[in-house]
Design a protein. Sequence first.
Length: 248
Amino acid sequence: MFTVKELSTLAGVTPRTLHHYDAIGLLKPSRIGENGYRYYGDESVLQLQQILFYRELGLSLDDVKKIMGRHDFDLLSALESHKAEIGKRITRLERLVRTVDDTISHLKGQKDMSTKQLFAGFTPEEEEQYAREAEQTYDRETVRASNKKWKSYSAEQKQKVLDEGNQIYTELITAMPSGADSAEVQALVERWRKHMDYFWTPNLDQLLGLASVYTDDPRFKANFDQMHPDLAVFMFEAVNVYVAARKK
């Protein structure tokens, strides 16, 4: 049996976290001692491990509670699923590490690298995930229409669109010293806005929201950081200027 302090130290969480999990019915102690202390047995330890796995994979506490509370929840199946998902993440992170190394060599002039290679971290599976998330944030019909439009393009057309977008980002990096409100940068933001028409035509608020995703979502920011560590933030600042000027 483990006390709250012992289990929190073992699992790397705070005692307050364990108290919260108990309060919401997610992780109950195995027993309560006469002294009022919570004690956790092996079953509770395994449950906590599952909770932390699910949290690492990005699920909310409510979702974790629903999954683990199902009558058909199976621990071994859950572990196999975690293993598969973590394996995918390891593969992607290794790919990103290689891309970062290649980009460093590219910036040092030791290796040529195409703009397509600079965004090697995105996969078709992630595109589908982004689409699902977008449906929860934006109008569902708009997102689905955008996805349908993208999928209607041929492989050659898709590559042309991606190359055009990467060219805009590359030119933005070159123009960064001019400042986010410079005419040069604002002209590039206008090109970027028109480039969005290949996918959908966002209004000004949606355009700003899209730029904020580049800084707030670690997956997008990681890809922009590969091109330049300040690009995502600079892009957001430049789009802010662009939107503000058109709302006057």
